[in-house]
Design a protein around this ligand. Structure first.
Ligand code: YH5
Length: 277
């Protein structure tokens, strides 16, 4: 299995690591916009040194309870960062967005992939992604970030997530995005209880029959905290790494993480012991 990015083909025979890079609002940093951009850049370069294969740049929080930001605000946060990153590193950049305007601008600035937690369901997103002609990660989410954790409900979470992702893959193919450009993600924590998340991880292999690479994001999420007696986000590293290894053993080919070095090390061991085809 391979993922063809514009300037680089990622061989997914071994699991790959996507490092998370959040551009926090400038107003959160008293040092101002320049300092904020430089610290994001330094963080990205550190993740590259640690062995990241892709950097996922996001300018809008999709954590439970988050409200959205305007198109302009999101553009201001991510476009200068993508421009700077591609000028200093060859690392492929993924743009974590659901907004068609941000997809187009980030890809024009050099982003090599789109990561959309709405799986291109927002108006204009399917067309924008097709025009961008880069790979797209389609994630499952029940509801929307502001309210998704209020009362998630499924009859059969694994079957429903599989069915959703199959339908989104089909919608993309029908819209002219080739299947080889798609990645799927069950969306851990996005409109799911702990039991739903555990069921999806346990049965992750049912998604392999869609024959599209699987990406997972488990890093630091509340399901890890919940299993450790509500551990704070600072105490979720080992739990997150174990969950990433299990996901890879169940067929995941890409792991999205905040903690690149420990994840790269763990996946290297797992891959050496348990070889996929
Ligand atoms: C994902 O799973 N997640 S943003 C709550 C946390 C910790 C982390 C403290 N974007 C995913 O990382 N894209 C996000 O509790 C994503 N898959 C893909 N493809 C949420 C996040 C987080 C949320």
């Amino acid at each position: 299995m391979q993922l063809e990015l514009p300037a680089k083909t990622l061989d997914l025979a071994a699991p790959r690591v996507m490092g998370v890079l959040n551009r926090t609002p400038d107003s959160f940093s008293d040092a101002g916009a320049f300092q904020n951009l430089e610290s994001a850049l330094q963080h990205a370069l550190r993740m590259v040194d640690e062995g990241a294969d892709i950097i996922d740049v996001g300018g809008e929080s999709t954590r439970p309870g988050s409200a959205g930001v305007s198109v302009q605000e999101e553009l201001d946060r991510v476009v200068p960062l993508v421009e700077r990153l591609v000028s200093v590193s060859e690392i492929p950049i993924s743009i974590d967005t659901s907004k068609p305007e941000v997809m187009r601008a980030a890809v024009a600035a050099g982003a090599a992939m789109i990561n959309d937690v709405y799986a291109l369901r927002r108006p204009g997103a399917l067309e924008a992604a097709r025009a961008c002609a880069v790979p797209v990660c389609l994630m499952h989410m029940q509801g929307e970030p502001r309210t998704m954790q209020k009362s998630p409900a499924y009859e059969d979470v694994v079957a429903e997530v599989r069915q959703f992702l199959e339908a989104r893959v089909q919608a993309c193919v029908s819209a002219g995005i080739p299947r080889q450009k798609l990645v799927i993600d069950p969306g851990f924590g996005f409109g799911k209880t702990l039991a739903h998340n555990l069921g999806l991880l346990r049965d992750l292999a049912v998604l392999t029959s869609l024959e599209v690479p699987i990406l997972v994001g488990l890093s630091r999420k509340s399901m890890i905290g919940a299993l450790l007696g509500n551990a704070p986000v600072t105490d979720r590293l080992q739990g997150s790494v174990v969950a990433a290894v299990i996901a890879v053993l169940h067929g995941a080919r890409l792991v999205r993480t905040h903690d690149v070095l420990p994840t790269v090390q763990a996946l290297r061991i797992a891959a050496a012991i348990c070889v996929h085809e």
